[in-house]
Design a protein around this ligand. Sequence first.
Ligand code: SF4
Ligand code: SF4
Length: 389
Amino acid sequence: MRRIKKEAVEYLDERFKISDDYVSFDQKNDIFNRASWDNQVNPREFFKSYDIANYKPKKAKGFDHWDYAFRNASWHLTDVVGEQNFDETGQVEGFTDYYTIQTSGSMEKAPLHSTQDTTARIKQAATLLGAGMVGICSLDERWIYKSKYNRKTDQSAPIDLPKHLKYVIMLIIPQDYELGKTYPTALSGAATGLGYGVGLNCANALAQFITNLGYEAIASLNDTGQSIPMAISAGLGEYGRHGLLITPKYGPNVRIAKVFTDLPLEIDQPIEFGVQAFCKICNKCADNCPPRAIPKGTPQSTPPNFSSLKGITKWTVNAEKCFKFWVGMNTDCAICIRVCPYNKDYTKWYNRLAIKLANSPLRKLMLRLDMWMKMGARKTSDLWWPIRS
Ligand code: SF4
Ligand code: SF4
């Protein structure tokens, strides 16, 4: 793994060929928000099934009452906290706007010994709060959304992130590997829900910690800005063909949370460890995506539709095709995470060895072995539950 000896802004400019016609993303065009206003994106019963009163069992394994009950429970805290102000504000905190649950902090600023010491303490606290990896980047306005979308009024409003919060603490939340093997089922949706729940707690507790120190901090999940480029800037991973962050410690099987703050911190450098070269020879995610939403070939600057960024050269998932597939299944899909050769149980030495191979000139051999051993194969949900039905 090598640290890039360049400013993150410059690195991302070069790595993704960000052009002059790049504009910040309008959150209204996010596929989940389009489900509120665009008749072309028909969510049918998708969101309703997250209320257990409305779930519809399927004959396929992983879609029975137990599976939906567990998935919905995993989302419970995130839903309750996120929607607590919805009637008043029309915002879903953590998804269309940042969290507002902090209490006021200390009037006095805690003494800071050095930026290095402050950074180490913040990273240690974040790790204890549930982050598997922590990185810090400077705020790059390009990744902040153009506006925030109000699902109640169908109106957009400017993002009101205070300008002096110029550091972003990026938090990588690992998702459960074993549960992830059962994607895509209602049961496996619990891995997603749990990831968000841990991210919610980690980001909000860390923001409260910083507030208690006398500095300002705002906790965020998917709202306010694009987490993936910020995580790349903060040295937490590389970008994969499936449009997801690939981390060196958990592969793509992660959620990302973040905290905006004015607490002076040391900035991390972006990293590279071989993902780009591996994705060029591997199409597993694209080949296994049922609606063929993941592109093959080289990165492109034109997105498949307006639910993605333009003016940036990258592999871009067709969000319309992807979400339509989710709607048809009544749960989220992460086949692209499950089959990715970087998705491994990194606690096992032989998996760490496989990743070393993937990141070396022997990457083709690793890919062949991965296919031959049927790594990433789906596990049925009855094998996950301790007593099989
Ligand atoms: S989540 Fe599923 S449908 Fe969407 S891109 Fe990944 S594999 Fe394809
Ligand atoms: S499945 Fe292969 S091509 Fe897709 S992101 Fe993972 S390594 Fe890259």
